[in-house]
Design a protein around this ligand. Structure first.
Ligand code: SF4
Length: 270
């Protein structure tokens, strides 16, 4: 960031989530980071984007949190891994940003999605922002890998209309606990499965995920997300070793085959 620019002046809206953002919160004292995580009064956000049609129903405003404990090989936003890469934003400022769009979001049957990174690393901030959105009558969705779902109380879950659950692979307990709770609470889930050739395209693994998703009972749809290379440059810029350099996106036929496995289990898959 230019020397003269203050944190308040940095636009919450990035050109896209693919805009590389680093070290925006690096000067925030460690004690302030801890306090933010404890109270949820402040969060670290990579950016806001508007007009998304891929992150829940209708047209969405998406806030991308920074901070993630996972290191998925196909992650297209590795600049969101480190929390202090994000912009420190008070919950009131984030809510004000949302307020600008509230009428349009209702008209377009859309809403607000909190994605990341992994939003539940900042679960108190997430719940405060969802509660603010709900008080404006905005539909809310949480995009999560589910690993930290235990941090949310049943009451917290009431502020989240939809969970976009990113199933990374057939890795039993990591994803399943939150899914089971959401099932028991009858909270809707959209399951998201990134299809990476040679990594997550094993039909038997997909069938296990599909069987589990069908068993939960409240998975409304499954989105099979074809792997792409749009985040490759970020790995390079960050000096990270990128193992999927030579991997091509899956063909339409392979994506359709994965969808067919989910459909066979009685799910709607796209
Ligand atoms: S969970 Fe999401 S943000 Fe975290 S490494 Fe995986 S793809 Fe990236």
């Amino acid at each position: 960031m230019p020397e003269h620019q203050t944190l308040q002046e940095i636009a919450l809206q990035a050109k896209s989530p693919f805009e590389l953002r680093v070290d925006l919160g690096k000067n925030v004292p460690e004690s302030d980071v801890r306090s933010a995580l404890t109270t949820g009064d402040m969060g670290f956000l990579h950016s806001f984007t508007t007009g998304s049609t891929l992150d829940g129903p209708g047209i969405r405003v998406v806030a991308w949190t920074s901070g993630c404990q996972w290191r998925c090989l196909y992650c297209h936003n590795p600049d969101t891994w480190k929390m202090t890469n994000g912009l420190p934003v008070r919950v009131e400022r984030a809510a004000e940003e949302l307020r600008k769009y509230r009428h349009g979001l209702k008209t377009m049957a859309g809403g607000f999605t909190l994605s990341g990174g992994e939003p539940l690393l900042q679960h108190r901030f997430a719940v405060k922002l969802f509660t603010a959105a709900k008080s404006m009558g905005i539909h809310t969705a949480l995009d999560t890998n589910g690993n930290l779902g235990f941090r949310l109380t049943d009451e917290d879950l009431q502020s989240i209309d939809l969970v976009l659950l990113d199933i990374k692979t057939w890795d039993p307990e990591r994803h399943r606990r939150l899914a089971r709770r959401l099932g028991a609470l009858h909270r809707p889930i959209w399951l998201r499965y990134v299809l990476v050739p040679g990594l997550t395209d094993d039909c038997e693994d997909i069938a296990r995920v599909a069987g589990f998703a069908a068993w939960i009972g409240n998975v409304e749809r499954v989105d099979v997300l074809p792997f792409h290379q749009m985040g490759r440059y970020k790995w390079k810029e960050l000096g990270l070793e990128y193992e999927l350099e030579g991997v091509a996106p899956p063909s339409n036929e392979v994506v359709e085959s994965a969808c067919a496995v989910f459909r066979k289990a009685g799910l709607k898959a796209f």
